[in-house]
Design a protein around this ligand. Structure first.
Ligand code: ATP
Ligand code: MG
Length: 244
């Protein structure tokens, strides 16, 4: 569903991603794992077309990334919310933006659009929050709003950048359960985290990142003590699961 080949991204003199290649398959959850500054958000930004790569290709659902994004194939839950906290927009309106690709130029929601929005909000447990302003929500609630937007959109590739940061265990379990359901329905999910502790419960595959891809494949093959030591340092490898 997502195929990244030879991706390099540069910020001025800094090469944030160096020749990265990875694949995310339908029906599977892939953990994008790496220390702070290892290039996880940069990879998401490149897949979303928010930064221009220096080299490489991004193929989504068999077509160039830009086309797939326009078709609404890609749902994105950003690390820092892309929506300005002070911007006056309600939860229901944010989730409805996921339907824009399905609407005409006037963006008037049809009955089907409204039903998709309602169903997505129920599924993510935010149906009581529809009229609340996005800036009034807690961090965990906001994550659910963006997951709901991706569901309403009918995205088949889901990108989640640190969805569990600052989220309590109940919310985390709810999001993990939801991602597993979406994968079972055939979605491909790429989720970044620096929390190795809960990764094995979540992901089928993993990509270990440190500016470049250190390892990629089924999770048990990727998360070896040696590879973790390489990505996070020896201490992390010794006390795996202690990271937060
Ligand atoms: N807009 C930018 N301009 C310049 N440098 C940047 C920019 N965004 C990121 N970087 C740098 O690129 C590198 C990769 O950053 P990135 O945000 O992708 O890391 P990350 O793995 O997402 O980290 P974290 O776990 O802290 O979210 C870092 O060294 C960072 O300082
Ligand atoms: Mg990041």
């Amino acid at each position: 569903m997502l195929e990244v080949r030879g991706l390099s991204v540069r910020y001025g003199p800094l090469l944030a991603l160096d020749d990265a290649s990875l694949e995310v398959l339908p029906g599977r959850i892939c953990g994008l794992v790496g220390a702070n500054g290892s290039g996880k958000s940069t990879l998401f930004n490149a897949v979303m077309g928010l930064v221009a790569p220096e080299a490489g290709t991004i193929i989504i659902d068999g077509t160039p990334g830009a086309i797939a994004r326009r078709r609404g194939v890609v749902g994105y839950v950003p690390q820092e919310d892309a929506v300005d906290r002070d911007f006056p927009i309600s939860v229901g309106e944010v989730v409805t933006t996921g339907r824009y690709g399905h609407m005409g130029p006037l963006r008037r929601p049809s009955r089907a659009d409204r039903q998709a929005v309602e169903a997505a909000m129920e599924r993510t447990g935010i149906d009581g929050l529809s009229r609340r302003q996005i800036g009034e929500l807690s961090g965990g609630q906001r994550k659910r709003v963006f997951v709901a937007r991706a569901i309403a959109q009918g995205a088949r590739l889901l990108l989640l950048d640190e969805p569990f940061a600052g989220v309590d265990r109940v919310s985390e379990a709810a999001i993990v359960g939801l991602l597993r359901e979406l994968a079972a329905e055939g979605c491909a999910v790429l989720v970044s985290t620096h929390d190795l502790g809960s990764l094995r419960e979540l992901a089928d595959d993993a990509v270990l990142l440190a500016g470049r891809v250190l390892a990629a494949g089924p999770i048990e093959q990727v998360l070896t003590p040696q590879a973790i030591a390489h990505a996070f340092g020896a201490e992390a490898a010794a006390g795996e699961g202690m990271l937060r």
